[in-house]
Write a protein that binds this ligand. Structure first.
Ligand SMILES: *[C@@H]1O[C@H](CO)[C@@H](O)[C@H](O)[C@H]1NC(C)=O
Ligand SMILES: *[C@@H]1O[C@H](CO)[C@@H](O)[C@H](O)[C@H]1NC(C)=O
Ligand SMILES: *[C@@H]1O[C@H](CO)[C@@H](O)[C@H](O)[C@H]1NC(C)=O
Ligand SMILES: *[C@@H]1O[C@H](CO)[C@@H](O)[C@H](O)[C@H]1NC(C)=O
Ligand SMILES: *[C@@H]1O[C@H](CO)[C@@H](O)[C@H](O)[C@H]1NC(C)=O
Ligand SMILES: *[C@@H]1O[C@H](CO)[C@@H](O)[C@H](O)[C@H]1NC(C)=O
Ligand SMILES: *[C@@H]1O[C@H](CO)[C@@H](O)[C@H](O)[C@H]1NC(C)=O
Ligand SMILES: *[C@@H]1O[C@H](CO)[C@@H](O)[C@H](O)[C@H]1NC(C)=O
Ligand SMILES: *[C@@H]1O[C@H](CO)[C@@H](O)[C@H](O)[C@H]1NC(C)=O
Ligand SMILES: [Cu+2]
Length: 596
């Protein structure tokens, strides 16, 4: 068969992998793609089809022409209920790009933005948020694949449910994927309420809220339904951190656009005879920060604190600064402050990762510009340059300007000895152990058609049932070719170690994972390795590398000991999943039910 330039390219790597089902029935996929491909030339003129992994490039846009927007903040700490709706809006994402249709959080249609307003909370002050669905569409404007498990509301509409990522919250307020609801009032089986409560009993940290609806999380997050949530704890925070104008949120995402400004989202999947529209990973060629493509920020030659989030569907970012004398001084992770700062030339953020970072511009000359660049392969870590065009190597610019006359530079400081070093204790004879695999399912042509945790679906009966207050060790064994950012709801955990194994030899039954290195029969190719800088500290999402066993220490109690100020054992329960949201939707997500 002749090569077709627009045939689907394999995104997830090329190694043959453990399959989940018999797949003899899908050998005609390649022919089917070729037919679609012939139609493609005709179709693009009308803009009818967009192929997974072969999106038409976005219009060329000048970088660094728009100022970085700062989302509005809403202080939730006085206990009044805040009503946050999801609305359909248009927003300018670049000076020269027509306005883009988006779904956005806000307190009204007029004030809704992408990203949504930053919610600010204070430790031990409960926040009350009522999430409303005001999306008028009869279905999501980014195509729904009806062959993967999804909400499927009986009367149409766009189902939504909001998860506060990182929060210790009752499961009825956790945004269970089946707790969705539509504007018309239909709701999923796990729905309890739209009035959510967040006790905020954790240490100071950066969370983010985003849609979590079963089967269309990737559509709704790409459409714009995400925002930051800052939990503050004034008495516990180090003194003299950069604040007010010098504390800046950075929500980093990628998207791809049509010339008319609409989001270019594929409507032809990589294995369309099985899943017509689902694409294993959405990578865009345009990098946005706080909802602007390649913005600039004016900074004084001073210390700044950046509250960073990777809110991309699938893209990892490895950030660096164009002036090599500047470093990222990372003071916090998903779970709040690190014991001591990490001084980094490169900062890798997987999807859903947060980083609390100080950059000290003090030595920079007024009038100069510092660039923040990206070098992460896509997919991570062994990517394909097709998905990292040069446009994705730039993120934003910092233009150094002088302070207005009369204002003085506050005495900001980089803290040290911020929090105690975590002490994960584990008794192998009394504590629990779980062995959990990550696998990918491919069609006969090697195109991914799904991914699974422990070879089970979201809808299979719950298998993770940790007892409240106990410790469990989870070994995540990644048999797929890519890294997956694995997120566990309710708790923060620690990564204990990771260890590479020979997957080829394992799959040929030449060795065992039950024997430790350096036993000659062991599949492990090295002794256990310490977490790398992307995996340290209290985490709720961690990079699980391919052909590696990643060992997590999970404790099913509040981060700071004691008991949860709510009962986490009640329905509908929690979830754990891959935070490449395209994977989460199909079907790399499992339920989690904490037991009394
Ligand atoms: C996954 O489960 C299916 C049955 O649902 C089984 O046929 C298959 O062999 C399993 N795959 C792996 C890698 O365990
Ligand atoms: C924008 O262009 C795309 C591709 O041609 C098309 O599918 C879409 O309907 C257009 N959107 C609007 C709002 O005109
Ligand atoms: C509480 O805070 C919200 C949002 O900041 C504000 O709109 C509301 O008026 C405040 N309520 C009271 C009782 O102060
Ligand atoms: C928050 O409440 C917990 C539990 O009551 C208490 O241990 C902690 O000291 C409180 N922290 C702050 C900053 O109020
Ligand atoms: C910001 O930090 C400076 C230096 O620690 C401090 O003097 C100032 O009061 C802080 N401002 C606010 C608004 O917290
Ligand atoms: C600024 O430059 C001086 C002189 O090279 C150096 O000693 C100092 O550490 C630098 N400060 C920062 C914040 O980079
Ligand atoms: C970083 O980005 C800037 C602006 O796009 C570019 O000029 C510079 O070459 C990039 N640096 C690296 C190391 O890629
Ligand atoms: C992995 O195992 C295969 C098959 O036994 C072998 O050919 C290969 O050299 C091994 N690779 C490494 C890195 O040990
Ligand atoms: C965990 O599961 C893997 C894959 O099923 C298996 O090869 C391995 O032996 C198991 N490890 C342990 C310690 O049970
Ligand atoms: Cu994944």
């Amino acid at each position: 068969m002749a090569e077709c330039s627009c045939s689907s390219k394999r995104i997830l790597g090329s190694r043959p992998l453990a399959s989940r089902h018999g797949i003899e029935d899908v050998v005609y996929v390649t022919c089917f793609l070729a037919v679609l491909c012939m139609q493609f030339t005709a179709a693009t003129a009308e803009g009818e089809h967009s192929f997974c992994q072969a999106l038409q490039p976005s219009p060329t846009l000048d970088p660094f022409v728009d100022e970085l927007p700062i989302p509005a903040t809403i202080d939730t700490s006085n206990g009044s209920q805040i009503i946050l709706g999801a609305y359909k809006i248009t927003q300018k994402l670049h000076r020269d790009l027509p306005a883009t249709t988006l779904y956005a959080y806000g307190t009204s249609q007029e004030t809704a933005t992408v990203p949504g307003p930053t919610l600010v909370a204070t430790r031990n002050h409960t926040s009350h948020i009522r999430y409303e669905n005001h999306i008028p569409d009869s279905e999501t404007f980014l195509i729904t694949d009806r062959t993967i498990h999804w909400a499927n509301p009986p009367n149409g509409g766009v189902p939504l449910v909001t998860h506060l990522h990182g929060a210790e919250a009752p499961s009825s307020s956790d945004g269970n994927p089946d707790a969705w609801y539509t504007a018309a009032g239909d709701h999923g089986a796990a729905f309890v309420t739209q009035n959510y409560i967040y006790p905020n009993s954790q240490p100071a940290s950066l969370f983010w809220y985003h849609d979590h609806t079963v089967g269309i999380t990737r559509n709704n997050v790409l459409a714009g339904l995400a925002g930051l949530y800052i939990l503050r704890s004034p008495s516990e925070e180090p003194a003299d951190l950069p604040n007010s104008t010098n504390e800046i949120p950075l929500v980093i995402q990628d998207k791809q656009f049509w010339p008319n400004g609409s989001i270019n989202f594929p409507d032809v999947g990589d294995s369309p005879s099985i899943h017509p529209n689902w694409c294993p990973e959405y990578f865009g060629d345009t990098i946005l920060v706080n909802g602007k493509a390649w913005p600039y920020l004016q900074v004084y030659p001073e210390k700044y604190r950046f509250r960073m989030l990777n809110a991309a569907n699938a893209r990892f970012f490895t950030l660096s600064l164009s002036d090599p004398t500047l470093k990222f001084i990372q003071i916090g992770t998903d779970g709040g402050f690190l014991p001591n700062p990490l001084v980094l030339s490169a900062l890798t953020l997987a999807p859903a990762y947060r980083a609390d970072v100080i950059i000290d511009f003090s030595n920079m000359t007024v009038g100069t510009t510092v660039y923040m660049n990206n070098s992460a392969p896509a997919p991570f870590p062994d990517g394909n340059s097709d998905f990292s065009p040069p446009s994705t190597n730039s993120v934003m610019a910092f233009n150094i300007v002088s302070r207005p006359p009369g204002s003085s530079t506050p005495a900001f400081a980089v803290p040290s000895n911020i929090t105690p070093v975590p002490n994960p204790t584990y008794n192998p004879t009394t504590d629990g152990y779980r062995n959990l695999t990550l696998i990918e399912l491919d069609d006969a042509s090697g195109n991914p058609i799904g991914a699974f945790l422990n070879n089970l679906s979201w809808t299979d009966p719950v298998t993770e049932t940790p007892k409240l207050g106990t410790v469990k060790v989870w070994d995540l064994i990644n048999f797929t070719p890519d890294a997956h950012p694995i997120h566990i709801h309710l708790i923060n955990f620690l990564m204990l170690y990771q260890q590479s194994f020979n997957q080829t030899a394992y799959e040929a039954n030449q060795c065992t994972l039950l024997k430790q290195f350096p036993d000659p029969s062991s599949c492990f190719t090295q002794p256990p390795q310490e977490p790398d800088v992307t995996q340290v500290g209290w985490k709720d999402t961690v990079i699980v590398y391919p052909s590696v066993v990643t060992r997590l220490w999970t404790k099913w109690s509040p981060r700071n000991g004691g008991t949860f100020p709510f009962d986490p054992t009640t329905a509908p329960g929690y979830a754990w999943h891959c935070h490449i949201v395209d994977h989460e939707d199909n079907d790399m997500m499992r339920p989690l039910a904490v037991q009394k």
